[in-house]
Each structure stands twice: as structure tokens, then as C-alpha cells.
Design a protein around this ligand. Structure first.
Ligand code: S3P
Length: 430
């Protein structure tokens, strides 16, 4: 499927975005591990989260819905309610599904094989399989259990102390989920704070989990109870609309009930520093997560330099930030973001390749990007590289470029933001 974009006169309106991808995955998984019903409102019905649901269903977990109010129900029967699947589990394009499921599978007394699409089969899994093996799971795969397909023989695990070489919420979460079923305590220390949705949700589901500075720890053998979860709008999806409003002259867009968890809101901080006209209001809590309405009006942006601990707080927003940088004045520099190379695509390479097609001046760095703003962009024929965030970032570039832009193979947008094209159309003023 191709996505065709032409520049509008402006973008205006009030909208919502689909539920947060990270939180939706966790709600489905914790709901499956819990005893009793979990009702999830605003669950992201995108391909990634549906892959998580399918994996859990293959292990005997029952899901019903979504009902007419968009409520998905998980009928949890505790970890013992999960059974050995008869077939290979398919995580599709989803790193979160594979890494978090590995954490769960490690502690379950059966054999499983899990795989994914071509992109996921290239992504590094040793970062989870190595510590899970240390806890007692047996895991096999190419390159010493680095590449899927992975085969897991789970069983009794022993907690431990883990110091992560990269700030990764997926690795931290896999170890906490394994720790939930392990003997003793599992402690995870991160080099920089990554998103803490797993910690918040474990607590919300009744588990005791502690944190001091960069270390989080959990005692094994705790029982979770089903809950009602309301999933906030995904800030990583909202980011495309917020940047679009910031770069298309005359725009004024509000996105309602966006998750503004401080481990995820780096994009707001950086857009402000770039001179965006940003208004955040109506702060409140939704099931243990902070949300707010975010309004952006067009203004002239200027480049900034970012790196360090800010990076995990906006890691998924770097492709769209690069677009904002190309459309602003001055230079945008991103450092300390080598992790971009092992996302759904090598996002350093794909951002550079695609933005250059618009006439932007972009340079790949070993651990990030340099974007020189101030050049007018011209519509381009872009490839998505099968990466949902590359497809959407380039679509936004197309909104602010002269002429027509076509994003080829844009079906991947449904991985995280089903309805993206429809929402953009609804905001257009032509
Ligand atoms: C995610 C964590 C991040 C992020 C991904 C979702 C999560 O990955 O890029 O889109 O849900 O935990 P890493 O944990 O690998 O940095």
C-alpha cells in the first residue's frame, strides 16, 4: 500500500491517537499472568500488540472483545493457566513481544519456539537470552541464542543481579517478568532510565516492586490480580502530529489524553527547546500513568544538540525529530543513539537515505545524526523500509515539502498507528 501526501494549507483540530503500544503489550501480558479478569480500554489494535495477543492465545489464554466500547478482556488464570503452545509463536515485527515473552517463557515449565518477521529475525536477542540463561532458562538460536527463531525450555529460575550494558526497557522488563516467577530477588540496574511502564503496571496489578536510583528489584513468587486498565494515547504516535503542526504554517492541533510519563516525554522537552509553541494542559492519571492534552501551533523551529540520558526518553521519536530539524533553522545533532541501528530498521541509515530524497542535508554519525536545517524540501518517492516510524516521519516531511510525496509500502504504519492517514486527513485544511 502506498501513502500519498500533498502539502495542506494548514493542519487544524482536536484529535486523539490510539493507545500506547508499550502499555498495551504489558496490559495483555500482565492480564494473562494475573488471576481474574483484566479489562483493557483503548488497547492498541495495531499489528504489534495483536501479535502479543495471538502468542498468549496460543498458550491457552482467552481474550474477549473488543466490545462496543473498545474494551478488551483478558481472562487470566495465573501463570499456571499458560500451556505449552503446539506451534511456533510469531512475534511479527514486534521486539517488545519477543523480548518480554522470552522473560515470561523462561519461567514456564515447557518448550516454546518463537520467531518473527525478517526485520525481527535480524535484531539482537542475546541481551535478553544471556541473562535469562543465567537465571536458569535454556535457550537456543542462531549466533548463540542471539537471533530468532529462538527455542526456549523454561522452568524454575533463580533471581540474580543484573547490570544492563544498554538502557533498554525491553531487557529490563524481560528480567522483571522472569523475576516474578523466580526464586529469590531479581535486581536490574540500568545505565540510564528507560521507560518504566512495566514497573508501574506490576505495582498496579498488586506486585511489590522497589526502586532506588537506577536499580529496580522484585521478589519472586508474587501473585498478580486482574485489573481495569485504561491505556493512554501513545506519545510516540502523537509525536508525528505534534511535529506536523509545528512545521506546517498556520497549524493548530491538540492531541487529547496523551501519555506523558516522564520516561517517555523527551520529545516535548526537545520540541520546546527547538522553539515549538507547545501548551500542555489537563494533567491527570489514568491507571498509574500520567496523561495530558498537548496543543501545538506552528512556529519557526531551530536545531539543538541532544544526547546522554535524554535519548532513551525519546528513542522512538528520533526519526520525526530529524524531520523537524530539516524543516527548522540551524543544525540538529543527535548523539549517544547507536541503539537506532537495531530498531525495526537501521534508523540512522534509513532516516538519512529517505530525508536526502527531499533535498535535506543529513549526515549519519556513528551514534546518531546531524541534520542541517533551512533548506526547502521537495516532495519525494520514499521507501518505508518496512519500518512504521520511517513511513510516518517521511509522510510528515511530505506535508511540509513542495509537491507530491509517495511513501511506498506504507502498510507497516498499522504496526503502531492504525488510522494515521485518516487522522491526518481529518486535520487538513485545504
Ligand atoms: C519499548 C522499548 C524501546 C522502544 C520500543 C518499545 C518497550 O526499546 O524502542 O519501541 O515497549 O519496552 P528498547 O527497550 O530496546 O530500547
Amino acid at each position: 500500500m502506498n501513502l500519498e501526501i500533498t502539502p495542506p494549507r494548514a493542519l487544524k483540530g482536536i484529535t486523539r491517537v490510539p493507545g500506547d503500544k508499550s502499555i498495551s503489550h504489558r496490559a495483555a501480558m500482565l492480564g494473562a499472568l494475573a488471576e481474574g479478569e483484566t479489562q483493557i480500554e483503548n488497547f492498541l489494535m495495531g499489528a504489534d500488540c495483536l501479535a502479543t495477543v495471538k502468542c498468549l492465545e496460543s498458550m491457552g489464554v482467552t481474550f474477549t472483545g473488543p466490545d462496543e466500547n473498545g474494551r478488551l478482556t483478558v481472562h487470566g488464570r495465573g501463570p499456571a493457566g499458560l500451556k505449552e503452545p503446539e506451534n511456533v509463536l510469531d512475534a511479527g515485527n514486534s521486539g517488545t513481544t519477543m523480548r518480554l515473552m522470552l522473560g515470561i517463557l523462561a519461567g514456564l515449565p515447557f518448550f516454546t519456539v518463537i520467531t518473527g518477521d525478517a526485520s525481527l529475525r535480524r535484531r539482537p536477542m542475546k541481551r535478553v537470552t544471556a541473562p535469562l540463561s543465567q537465571m536458569g532458562a535454556r535457550i537456543w538460536g542462531r549466533q548463540e541464542a542471539n537471533l530468532a527463531p529462538l527455542a526456549v525450555q523454561g522452568g524454575e529460575l533463580q533471581g540474580g543481579n543484573f547490570s544492563l550494558p544498554v538502557a533498554s526497557a525491553q531487557v529490563k522488563s524481560a528480567l522483571l517478568l522472569a523475576g516474578l516467577s523466580a526464586r529469590g530477588e531479581t535486581r536490574v540496574t540500568e545505565p540510564a532510565p528507560s521507560r518504566d511502564h512495566t514497573e508501574r503496571m506490576l505495582q498496579y496489578f498488586g506486585a511489590e516492586i522497589s526502586q532506588k536510583e537506577r536499580t529496580v528489584w522484585i521478589k519472586g513468587g508474587q501473585v498478580l490480580g486482574g485489573r481495569r486498565v485504561v491505556v493512554p494515547g501513545d506519545i510516540s504516535s502523537a509525536a508525528f502530529l505534534l511535529v506536523a503542526a509545528a512545521v506546517v504554517p498556520g497549524s493548530d492541533v491538540t492531541v487529547r489524553e496523551v501519555g506523558v510519563n516522564p520516561t517517555r516525554d523527551g520529545i516535548l522537552e526537545v520540541l520546546r527547546a527547538m522553539g515549538a509553541d507547545l501548551e500542555i494542559s489537563n494533567y491527570h492519571q489514568l491507571g498509574g500513568e500520567p496523561v495530558a492534552d498537548v496543543r501545538v501551533r506552528y512556529s519557526r523551529l531551530r536545531g539543538v544538540t541532544i544526547g546522554g540520558e535524554l535519548i532513551p526518553r525519546l528513542i522512538d521519536e528520533i526519526p520525526i525529530l530529524a524531520v523537524a530539524g530539516a524543516l527548522g533553522e540551524g543544525e540538529l545533532v543527535v548523539r549517544d543513539a547507536g541503539e537506532l541501528k537495531v530498531k525495526e530498521s537501521n534508523r540512522i541509515a534509513t532516516v538519512v537515505e529517505e530525508l536526502r530524497k527531499f533535498g535535506a542535508e543529513v549526515e549519519a554519525l556513528d551514534d546518531g545524526l546531524r541534520v542541517q536545517g533551512g533548506r526547502p524540501l521537495t516532495g519525494a518517492l520514499c521507501a518505508s523500509h518496512g519500518d512504521h516510524r520511517i513511513a510516518m516521519a517521511m509522510a510528515v516531511a511530505g506535508l511540509a515539502a513542495r509537491g507530491r510525496t509517495v511513501i511506498q509500502d506504507a502498510g507497516c504504519v498499522d504496526v503502531s498507528f492504525p488510522g494515521f492517514a485518516g487522522i491526518l486527513s481529518s486535520l487538513r485544511v485545504d
